[in-house]
Design a protein around this ligand. Structure first.
Ligand SMILES: [Zn+2]
Length: 65
């Protein structure tokens, strides 16, 4: 009978992409277009676009003053 203990430590870090749940945009323009819409819908919201090193797509990030 095979014993199933808890997962080995290394599995926790296997190819973990921290941005997997974020929306990805293929270029800055697309990201900014979406940001513009979201800013219109939420006054006071500030978004900026950045290129991601993990997935090489663009993401939006909240920037509060
Ligand atoms: Zn990313």
């Amino acid at each position: 009978m095979p014993r199933k203990n808890k997962a080995p430590e290394y599995q926790k870090t296997t190819f973990y992409i921290p941005c997997i749940s974020k929306k990805r945009y293929k270029n800055e323009n697309e990201a900014l277009k979406t940001a513009e819409i979201q800013i219109l819908q939420n006054s006071g919201l500030e978004l900026s676009a950045y290129k991601c090193d993990n997935c090489s797509f663009w993401h939006l990030t909240r920037s509060k003053r």
